[in-house]
Design a protein around this ligand. Sequence first.
Ligand code: ADP
Ligand code: ASP
Ligand code: MG
Length: 825
Amino acid sequence: MADDWRVHKFGGSSVADADCFARVAAIVEADPASRVAVVLSACKGVTDGLLALVSSAERQDGATADRLEAIEARHAALAAALLSPPDAGEYGAELHAGCEDIRGILQTIHLTRDASAVLRDLVAGFGELWSSRLFARYLRHRHTGARRVEWVDARDIVQVEWGSLGPAVDWAESRKRVASIAGAAPPVILIVPGFVARDPRGVQTTLGRNGSDFSASIFGSLLDASEIHIWTDVDGVLSADPRLVPEATVIDSLSYHEAMELAYFGAKVIHPQTMAPAVEKGVPIWIRNTFAPENRGTLICATPNSKHPVKGITTIDGIALINVEGAGMIGVPGTAQRLFAALREHAISVVLISQGSSEHSICFAVPMSQAARAEQVVRDAFQNELTHGQIQSVDVAGDSSILAVVGDGMMGTPGIAAKVFGSLADAGVNVRAIAQGSSERNISLVVESKQAARALRSVHAGFYLSPHTVSIGLIGPGHVGREFIDQLLSQRDRLQRDRNLDLRLRGITTSSRMVLAARSIGAGLWKAALAKGEPADLSGFVEHIHADHLPHAVLVDCSSSDEVARRYPDWLAEGIHIVTPNKRACSADMALYERLQDARRAGGSHFLYEATVGAGLPIIQTLRDLRETGDEIHRIEGILSGTLSYLFNAWDGQRPFSSVVREARQRGYTEPDPRDDLSGMDVARKLVILGREMGLRLSLEDVRVESLVPETSIACSADEFLDRLGDVDAAMMTRLESARARDRVLRYVGKVDAGSRLASVGVAEVDRSHPFAHINLTDNVVRFVTARYNESPLVVQGPGAGPAVTAAGVFANLLQVCAYVGTHL
Ligand code: ADP
Ligand code: ASP
Ligand code: MG
């Protein structure tokens, strides 16, 4: 209705400084409602500061005067910034009078060294009085609209009585008192201090920490408001605490029950008590962001319309789990009742209870601070049973945390618990106890505190992230690495759109520098970021990539480093997938190779290295497919080096072999030191990889290698080597001529034979009609002679070198990993 009240509440973070006050004013002014009540918290940190004064007076530590002055000065500075000088002067006088009152109270506390709850509350409430009075003056000062601005003393309206369950509102009395303002003629804006109230004796009290939310809800009920808006510093209720889960997303809507449950289980954004008065009246509550008022926020109401069965996941730390165990409890009625009655008598709050159906044990969780007392209470209560062995043990597991998964929609949705426990198992989190309320609105479990953040992130990822979110780290942005980054970044949006695949390049490292991103490294920016990146630290890098809150991690190793390759087994064992064109690991000694395979199996991770042989050509995959389908590989032979392929294709005998090498180097077809190609070791490594894929236990020493580097040139510089390369020209020319005499050509060929287990690489003569004689300049070609492909072998041929095709091979492997972990490509 037109004259309905609308309540806005701004938390401490929304009134932290002068800019914040301006923002709040703009939000209030923008509300077209004709009757608005604005509940304010104390300025950020002020309640803490005031309570610290009380503690400091109790300790007599001599710091109270300075601290109080600082609080007064902060408010005076705000007034100076926001109000006209005369207004600031009046406000300053009120402020000062308040500070004098506080000084008097602190003096009493100082002398008695003991602050009663009454005194503590009295001091704590000043922050709200100051912020709201300041805001009322400021709004009047800038107000251009027709609405009156009135400051309301909430203490004269809200009456509460403190009991064991916290502050209880005396509704009858409070309703009587609200009449004075509820009928205020529109248009009006009431400014109300949150947090403060009076007890039945008329003494000022508070509504407990974070009580301004409660104030908002109480006023919402008292004024029969149509809506309550709680303004804070986040976009609404998030699916998890954003400080622990960077991926947390705003929940569109929640039921009152869900919000209450979340609040109770530690979602600090709303205070559990807040809801009760609003629930009773069915007033919808919006949680919104003061710093982004254009965002919709979260709606909390009786019948929300949300697509998520699980709304939020929270943790509470500082919990101890107490387990009472004994065969004597089986079938004995009333044991649990005795246990919990004893705890209640000693005012120990039990946060969670779980009992197995065998009744052999009962376990319950209490705040860590009450653990020792709780243990003693249980021992005393069951002293007899303990002495007689009917109860065998009372164990306390400290350092525990509760993880709660909350959502109305979990009811009747099968598989929610399976997902929770599946996510925890994947993350290696051990669950100490489980409890599910019969409402099925909450699954709570107890985990070791040091695993709590990991548990929270992994369960959150299970419910909220695309299961196809992949955290990617690139090691070695050289020619291939850079090209891979370009390809990945250029396809990322398409893959996200068409395949729901969220590929996040979250780190790049060289051997000296690294750059890390919380979400993803942007296209075009990474080179500059890397140039001024932090010093490289491979362990820190991998830890960042293997983030708990993301479902999958893939390291893409485009270095050619032995040192990096030696780390693979550890990474694979941790569940990190590896994709690489680096031949080092797969051609290393058999012991490392076997450790790799064991680690991969243990970690359930994938290790793909198609680009180690023939760049992007499907060679390893073809070989695997042949074997997996039961074919028998007899022999593999091929031209496996783009460089050597080029050299023998380009050398027509019209000029010396060495000049072809020199030219190839100039064109960038060889490694900077051509001996790396001509030694044949690169081809030998590839052959080892293929041999092992065939099932042979082949090592580099087993391969007979014909090097084209003369013995005398092994130790010299690259340039000297090129100068001396002419030494081989004559011999090479003779070989070429003799081959030609038999209508053959020379090619640098690798062969591995399953029967004889022989592997060799070197210059071979092949017939002019042989497929190896007719390949394009830098092509690679591989022939598989198998049981099925016998008469006519299976041949894979094509460009087998160069950054673009190699990077594409790596990228294809990355997508293959995504497919293995469940993406439908
Ligand atoms: P205010 O000063 O507005 O009262 P609080 O600090 O009391 O704000 O509450 C807001 C904070 O609660 C957020 O900044 C956020 O860090 C924290 N928080 C914890 N859990 C959640 C959650 N599930 N959703 C939103 N915020 C949360
Ligand atoms: N200022 C009080 C507190 O910090 C109440 C509130 O802000 O909600 O606890
Ligand atoms: Mg709060």
